[in-house]
Design a binder for this molecule. Structure first.
Ligand SMILES: *[C@@H]1O[C@H](CO)[C@@H](O)[C@H](O)[C@H]1NC(C)=O
Ligand SMILES: *[C@@H]1O[C@H](CO)[C@@H](O)[C@H](O)[C@H]1NC(C)=O
Length: 725
């Protein structure tokens, strides 16, 4: 087991750079969705090729059983050299390397590039009228005094760089930093607007503008953009000689606890980083430094780290910043190159083997386990901190897909994104109960990747089709849609899965609740015009009703809507109490919006409508969609581009399973049916859509147009029987 972990760490060490190259890179997501085909775009392929051998090797060792160790001496499929070589040969990879893979993951978007407005930003814009952002007090210039004052007696300062493009991430970061009692942070404002905003809210800040960058081009991959991604390294070099210990933090990070503890607990370590790995070799209950770390083989993450001051560390920080000129990649890769080159990179002998010496023997470094310095994967997908019985200190929103929208979505999935109060209370909401499949008892012992993928994709199709019905009713009722907790029997990664898991995280149980960014392109719920992108869909994250910020009055006000084949009328409803004491209203199946909504109107005071499919044989029969073809088509236009793709099958398995061309599979909201197809034959005749399909022949009971409401209250005890009958 230990061997496997080490081997996996070694392998991963050579993968993670490229892996992050695709991580939440907006261009990739757009291509995958835009193309709508399996197989993906060129850059996806580039990364996949990089990973293929390594994953295959890992798969060979782990397919039968996780305890089968990989031989450590197995030649590494991709060493740094090869990777660089490949990068030079492969324009795609070269672009990734040059442009800065981490920057994509690590949310470093160029300033000035407008982001698509998402919910949060829209609400923010609505909540606060744009201040006059061309004048007003700004942050002072960088000074030692500012830092000394903030650091106080502890002698530690936390630094972060903020900019306008990621302003909402900055606010979220600040919220959690304050909640964790961290009062020694200082913020570098990377543009004038950020400088003014920080000053207006009284935050300790200094201006750190890069006037050169815009001239060099701020578009993704351009030199000015690369400079922006390096700004935190330049800031580090500017403050590292102040004689303070430092905590450096990206803003797509949430702190739970004060990291000063780490610095005081490890007086012999200069630098403590987090890792991008899927697993930790540390035993459960072990809260110390990561047990298996070597600077040459592990990919540490430069988004979060602690630094103990001293002349050697200062020299290292200056060397890192200076390497910007010669190293054409992003800061993290250049940090690896710097640290790994030269003599004197080794682990200290026991009992200090968790500490390594690096950079010409001049610095001592270590990492924290991924269960304590967490990623979006180890926290949300694996819940590794629970299995490792440790108390997390920080989570970095990495291992996410679909750009900044995906990062936001993952933080919301984790309950760690703070929206404006109205987001949680207004107006009223609608969700669906997914009809889930039973998990095969032995599922977590399955070894055959393809069997698991088939189950995953088939169950996802069913779930997405059910969500589609719920989304249609939500938009018709003008209620934001609370995404249900989709069940994922397989991970999504940038390269082939092993037993449907990332290859160095084979131990966690499946299925998991799908991260929202596994299925959706979060920014695609609301973007674009009606003509192009269709009806907007206002969504809330799956754990919305568990969020402590969602008011009790919303959580407790739930109406279950149950289309029921047992109801032999077309415009009546029947009330009963569900087994959990909730009000259940039975409605006729297969109604369209203009038939169903009037029946539900008396129930509009319920803050949450929960659509359930228990009374009908199929989601299609539950609700027949829009009465007007124009609306159905606008809804389907939206549905056509909200999903993302699942990835990846392993290339070497394609032939065996007759899945050529299906490495990557585009997900669809409508694998079985859509609402606009019934209007296709008469594009003009929208108004007459009242004839529902599949509604049965019992439409006469309702009486002449007026909704005749039959209310039959029943006690909870009766409910079970009446549902069936
Ligand atoms: C800096 O590194 C050198 C080389 O390892 C070492 O001899 C020296 O003691 C270090 N200085 C400090 C202050 O740690
Ligand atoms: C709806 O389904 C029909 C029939 O399967 C298909 O031809 C059509 O393209 C679909 N329309 C949309 C907008 O998805």
């Amino acid at each position: 087991m230990r061997n496997l972990t080490l081997a996996a760490l070694l392998l991963l060490g050579h993968l993670a750079c490229a892996l992050r190259g695709d991580a939440s890179r907006p261009g990739i997501a757009a291509r995958a969705a835009g193309a709508g085909t399996s197989g993906g775009g060129g850059s996806f392929d580039g990364t996949r090729r990089l990973h293929q051998d390594a994953v295959g090797a890992a798969a060979a060792g782990t397919q039968a059983a996780t305890e089968q160790a990989l031989p450590l001496e197995q030649p590494l499929p991709l060493d740094q050299q090869q990777q660089q070589q490949q990068a030079q040969e492969d324009p795609t990879t070269q672009q990734q390397a040059a442009a800065g893979a981490q920057a994509a993951t690590e949310q470093a978007l160029p300033l000035g590039q407008p982001l698509p407005l998402d919910q949060q930003q829209q609400q923010e814009a609505a909540a606060q009228p744009p201040p006059s952002e061309t004048q007003g007090p700004r942050c002072p210039a960088l000074s030692r005094e500012l830092f000394m004052e903030r650091a106080g007696a502890g002698g530690v300062a936390m630094i972060a760089v903020m900019n306008t493009a990621q302003w909402d991430f900055g606010l979220n970061w600040l919220h959690h930093v304050r909640a964790a009692g961290i009062d020694y942070y200082v913020i570098a404002a990377a543009d004038v607007v950020t400088s003014q905003r920080l000053t207006a809210s009284g935050e300790p800040c200094f201006e750190w503008l890069d006037e050169e960058a815009p001239r060099l081009g701020l578009a993704w991959g351009q030199e000015g953009w690369r400079r922006m991604t390096w700004s935190k390294v330049f800031v580090l070099a500017a403050v590292v000689d102040y004689g303070l210990d430092l905590v450096v933090s990206d803003v797509d990070v949430v702190w739970f606890r004060d990291p000063r503890l780490l610095i005081s607990q490890h007086p012999d370590v200069d630098l403590i980083f987090g890792l991008d790995h899927g697993s930790s070799a540390s035993d459960p209950g072990d809260s110390g430094l990561e047990a298996a770390f070597h600077p040459n083989h592990a990919d540490f993450n430069t988004g979060v780290y602690t630094l103990r001051h001293g002349p050697n560390v200062s020299a290292w920080a200056h060397a890192w910043a200076a390497s910007f000129k010669d190293c054409d990649s992003h800061d993290q890769v250049c940090c690896y190159r710097l640290i790994r080159t030269g003599e004197g990179v080794y682990q200290l002998p026991p009992p200090n083997q968790r500490i390594s010496v690096a950079w010409h023997g001049r610095i001592r470094m270590a990492t924290m386990p991924v269960s304590i310095f967490q990623s979006g994967h180890t926290r949300f997908v694996q819940q590794l901190h629970v299995r490792k019985q440790v108390d997390p200190m920080v989570v970095h929103a990495t291992w996410t897909y679909n750009g900044l929208g995906g990062k936001r979505a993952r933080l919301r999935d984790m309950g760690l994104w703070v929206d404006a109060p109205a987001y949680y209370s207004e107006p009223s909401f609608l969700t669906v109960d997914l009809d889930r499949v039973e998990v095969p008892m032995s599922f977590n012992r399955w070894n055959e990747n393809e069997d698991m993928i088939v189950l995953h994709l088939e169950t996802l199709r069913r779930q997405l089709q059910q969500a589609y019905v719920g989304m249609a009713l939500a938009t018709a009722a003008a209620r934001p849609f609370i995404l249900p907790k989709f069940q994922c029997f397989c991970e999504k990664t940038w390269y082939g899965t092993v037993r449907c898991r990332v290859f160095d995280a084979q131990d966690f149980p499946l299925p998991i609740t799908c991260p929202t960014d596994y299925l959706f392109q979060p920014e695609a719920f609301l973007d674009g015009s009606w003509e192009e992108r269709g009806m907007v869909l206002d969504v809330r994250e799956p754990p919305f009703l568990e969020n402590s910020r969602t008011p009790e009055e919303v959580k407790s006000s739930v109406l279950v809507i149950m289309p029921s084949a047992a109801l032999k009328c077309r415009s009546c409803v029947k009330e009963q109490l569900g087994p959990d004491g909730r009000m259940v209203v039975l409605v006729p199946p297969s109604l369209r919006s203009e038939e169903l909504l009037p029946l539900l109107d008396p129930y509009r005071s319920y803050r949450v409508w929960r659509l359930t499919f228990g009374g009908v044989g199929s989601a299609q029969r539950a609700y027949s969609g829009f009465s007007r073809g124009e609306e159905a088509r606008a809804f389907d236009r939206r549905m056509a581009h909200i999903t993302t793709s699942w990835c990846c099958r392993r290339e070497e398995e394609l032939l065996r399973y007759h899945k050529q061309g299906e490495i990557e599979v585009m997900l669809s909201m409508t694998p079985h049916f859509n609402y606009s197809s019934s209007f296709d034959s008469s594009p003009g005749g929208d108004g007459g859509g009242g004839t529902s399909t599949g509604g049965g022949t019992d439409g006469s009971n309702g009486g002449g147009g007026e909704a005749q409401v039959v209310k039959q209250r029943r006690m909870a005890a009766d409910a079970g029987a009446s549902l069936g009958g």
